[in-house]
Design a protein around this ligand. Structure first.
Ligand SMILES: NC(=O)c1ccc[n+]([C@@H]2O[C@H](COP(=O)([O-])OP(=O)(O)OC[C@H]3O[C@@H](n4cnc5c(N)ncnc54)[C@H](OP(=O)(O)O)[C@@H]3O)[C@@H](O)[C@H]2O)c1
Length: 97
């Protein structure tokens, strides 16, 4: 499962939900900041505790070539099963992690 905006508030909530409910065992969380984003490691750790695996990576989803490269790089053992698109900008500060 690919989650765009993967280091944001909605992505963290969605990823945790998918992991806890067993609806996704492998999650790819994508944002421009990637692993450098505040809270990214904590979100991945929480997903691991729920028995799933989260990989945090860098891509700008407005960049067609970057997205194509991202999809082309998915391991054959982990084919794309779905996309949750949360990438965006909020007008208010995020507080849920
Ligand atoms: N939170 C809510 O309750 C709520 C409710 C309704 C609607 N929304 C909308 O839903 C969207 C996400 O909300 P949020 O609260 O999760 O926001 P957020 O916490 O600011 O997270 C946004 C995420 O999107 C990433 N992002 C932004 N542009 C990107 C791009 N071009 N490519 C890849 N990643 C990108 C950001 O990381 P980088 O900047 O590092 O790329 C960040 O990880 C926003 O548009 C917001 O307005 C939110």
């Amino acid at each position: 499962m690919l989650i765009t905006g993967g280091t944001g508030t909605l992505a963290a909530l969605t990823a945790r939900h998918l992991a806890v409910t067993g609806r996704a065992r492998q999650l790819l969380l994508v944002s421009r900041s990637g692993p450098a984003a505040a809270g990214a490691a904590a979100v991945a750790a929480g997903i691991a505790e729920a028995g799933a695996e989260a990989r945090v990576t860098v891509a700008d989803v407005t960049d067609r070539a970057a997205v194509a490269g991202l999809l082309a790089g998915l391991p054959q053992a982990c084919p794309l099963t779905g996309v949750v698109h949360t990438a965006g900008s909020s007008t208010t500060a995020s507080s849920v992690r």
